[in-house]
Design a protein around this ligand. Structure first.
Ligand code: SF4
Length: 729
């Protein structure tokens, strides 16, 4: 209940990319309750359990409220509290010294899809425009980079074409590589309603029969990594059965004949052989897709986190272009973003190869346009793309990058092959970590720790998966010395001598500069969006002028963002995962999220209600596989790949395919990323977090069952996090 004197502040949930609108009930500088915004088009008042418990994560004991300097060696650090302005000046002095000694490319930024659009814009400008290096990347590289590349190749620009409102008019959902029920729960509830109450068909492609498949008309338990083969096989059948839209293909696309030739060999028999599915399952999926009038395809990390991720995303797009199911209500390829503002980060171009407004650093005209806006001399922006996430940390480990500033993300938990990440952070001359919480695993490597405000403690904007921009209104003051991320970066930049170029007085001013860079850009034009307008409610881009209502769907006119306005058909070449199970490493390991937790649990781990279902990391395994290894439910096991491993407990799951293991990504003790494969998609540079080959054995019997002589006999478990993070006063 609201009490007299309470105020209601509108914002957006800071977890997943559904982008649910929320209302914060504020009393005496405290958020006392969070409720769904009944008018927000992402959720119409609904929230999942994480969103509904958001009021608990702002005042937790692990909030970072002071700046710290490290004493001692990285990884075994003692952090001492210092005055914030001294920490900011020290960060500036040490960055400046490294740039002077080694040049701008010795410095890197690793940032996050949880930052506001304004913060990402400012950091990107500091890095690419003022310092003069493109070595900035974000955890979006682990999330949506393959979808970004596929959209750009096929449509001429990034940007999912669909709206959440398409769910209520779709008659078929093709969900591939997404456990929507747990990772995008509010969106899933809308899908479920459309299926159960309005008879829409639901096809779910996933090696596990997840909660998303509960009401599925067809579940395809595909072999990990085989999605591109399935998508090619489906297109083969759509062509065979004359379920393609030849008029749409002729009017709006190029490359059809070449593409059709590439899927000729994906007969049902061959597709079944590669995917592990039956011919009947493949035929049924093609019939459901082809017979429907309005198919919405939804995908997420199960498609993107792959060395073959761009091809998979292209395979989905090809199905929609070939059937003309795009640009119409209820139709289209729709990537579901993992983070609340990875979309906004992409808009401002925070990946190593991008510039604001869906521009590219390799494009001379794009660089010139941005240089002009930023008041920089021609040539100020380097034409060389910076290092993407995995390569960036490898360069840190190799010593070519000397300094890294990590903001609002936890690479010691989330990147593949954590051994390399750890070596990089240990070797770096300077590690600055800016975070809101003191128990991030990355913090123990920080030389300088800067305390950041949370989303409710600042103004800014987020863009959700469907291009809907929502204003985050500041509800409360941040605790202690914590400041909005953009203000911390602005202060360091000012000490470095860049203050006159970043002299913003508010997040609204930053947004105003950014939106000018999008004027006339197709499709990303937010020049008609401002903080003042967003106070009235969210706006979906493109929005090219201040009277424009926003745009629910891209490419409705069939004009794509390519030079000739036509979409491109591109082959979805099937390449198997970088590692296949063998005698030494007989299981596939796949990883993912669970409903109650978020990333590395710095927030959700503090909420008792969210910790009831699982208190520690686990390995899901089919009961028959467990029986062969004499494993019992709840037993601790060691799991390792060729790179390393971790310890977790067994959880029997009859709904996972035999030979496949699943681990959640959330727990630091029992983190599968000590084992995952850093191989990347050659185009998107997104790593293959979803498939690697592992061995597992009971923790108690590891010394006697290790079957491969070239492996260490003793498991290399990750270091305990008990002693991590700055000492809290
Ligand atoms: Fe937040 Fe996502 Fe849950 Fe919505 S569905 S409340 S955005 S975590």
């Amino acid at each position: 209940m609201t009490a007299p004197g309470d105020t209601i502040v509108r914002s957006q949930c800071p977890y997943c990319g559904v982008g649910c609108g929320i209302e914060l009930v504020v009393r005496d500088n405290q958020v006392v309750r969070v409720q769904g915004d009944p008018h927000h088009p992402a959720n119409y008042g609904k929230l999942c359990i994480k969103g509904a418990t958001l009021d608990r994560v702002l005042t937790t004991p692990n909030r970072l409220t002071r700046a710290y300097l490290r004493q001692g060696r990285p990884g075994a650090a003692v952090h001492v509290p210092i005055d914030l302005s001294l920490a900011l000046r020290t960060a500036a002095d040490r960055l400046r010294a490294i740039i002077d000694r080694h040049g701008p490319d010795a410095v890197a930024f690793y940032i996050s899809g949880q930052l506001t659009t304004e913060t990402s814009y400012l950091i990107n400008k500091l890095c690419k425009g003022l310092i003069g290096t493109n070595n900035i990347d974000a955890n979006s590289r682990l999330c949506m980079a393959s979808a970004v590349a596929a959209y750009t190749l096929a449509f001429g620009a990034d940007g999912p074409p669909c709206s959440y409102a398409d769910i209520e008019v779709a008659d078929c959902f093709f969900v591939i590589g997404s456990n929507t029920a747990e990772c995008h729960p509010v969106t899933y509830r809308r899908i479920e309603k459309q299926v159960r109450q309005h008879g829409a068909q639901l096809v779910v492609v996933d090696p596990r029969r997840t909660a998303t498949a509960k009401y599925a008309d067809l579940h395809l338990p595909i072999r990990p990594g085989a999605d591109a083969a399935l998508l090619n096989g489906l297109l083969h059948l759509l062509i065979r059965d004359e379920r393609i839209d030849r008029a749409y293909i002729a009017q709006h696309t190029v490359g059809w004949d070449e593409l059709a030739a590439t899927v000729r060999t994906f007969t049902p028999e061959r597709t079944a052989q590669i995917t592990g599915l039956s011919i009947e399952q493949i035929e049924r999926a093609a019939a459901l897709f082809g017979q429907s009038k309005r198919t919405l395809s939804l995908w997420s990390m199960g498609v993107n986190q792959s060395r073959n991720g761009v091809a998979k995303a292209l395979g989905i797009i090809n199905l929609h272009l070939a059937t003309g199911k795009i640009g119409r209500p209820g139709c289209g390829p729709f990537s579901l973003t993992g983070q609340p503002n990875a979309m906004g980060g992409r808009e401002v171009g925070y990946l190593a190869h991008q510039l604001p407004g869906y521009r590219l650093v390799a494009n001379p005209q794009h660089r010139a346009e941005v240089e002009a806006c930023w008041g920089l001399p021609p040539g100020a922006i380097s034409p060389r793309p910076g290092l993407p996430a995995v390569a960036l940390f490898e360069a840190l480990a190799a010593g070519t990058i000397k300094a890294i500033w990590i903001i609002c993300t936890n690479p010691m938990a989330s990147l593949p092959n954590l051994d390399t990440v750890e070596r990089g952070l240990q070797r770096a001359e300077l590690v600055i970590v800016q975070d809101s919480y003191a128990d991030s695993a990355t913090l123990r490597f920080a030389d300088i720790v800067l305390p950041a405000a949370q989303w409710a403690e600042q103004d800014g904007t987020f863009t959700a998966s469907d291009r809907q921009i929502t204003l985050l209104n500041k509800a409360i003051e941040p605790p202690g010395d914590a400041r909005p991320d953009w203000q911390l970066v602005q202060a360091v930049a000012t000490y470095m001598g860049y203050g006159d170029r970043l002299a913003y007085r508010s997040a609204a001013e930053i947004y105003d500069e950014f939106r000018q860079l999008t004027r006339g850009r197709h499709p990303l034009d937010v020049s008609g969006v401002s903080h003042a307008r967003l106070r009235q409610g969210p706006i979906q881009w493109p929005c090219p002028d201040e009277a424009h209502p926003g745009t629910p769907r891209l490419y409705s006119d069939g004009r794509f963002a390519t030079p000739d306005g036509r979409a491109r058909f591109l082959p979805a070449e099937f390449i198997p995962p970088g590692e296949l199970p063998d005698a030494a490493y007989p299981f596939w390991l796949t990883t993912g999220r669970v409903l109650e937790q978020w990333h590395s649990r710095t927030r959700t781990g503090q909420v008792p209600k969210l910790n009831q279902k699982a208190t520690r990391s686990y390995v899901e395994i089919h009961p028959d596989d467990a029986a062969e290894l004499a494993l019992v439910d709840g037993e601790p096991v060691n799991l390792y790949s060729r790179r390393g491993g971790c310890t977790a407990v067994v959880r029997l799951n009859p709904d996972i395919a035999r030979g496949v293991l699943f681990m959640p990504i959330h727990w630091q003790d029992g983190n599968p990323n000590w084992a995952t494969n850093p191989i990347v998609d050659p185009t998107s540079k997104q790593p293959e977090l979803k498939a690697c080959a592992v061995w597992l054995a009971p923790a108690s019997r590891l010394l006697v069952v290790d079957p491969v002589q070239h492996q260490p006999a003793v498991m290399l478990a990750p270091a305990s996090t008990d002693d991590t993070g700055p000492d809290q006063a």
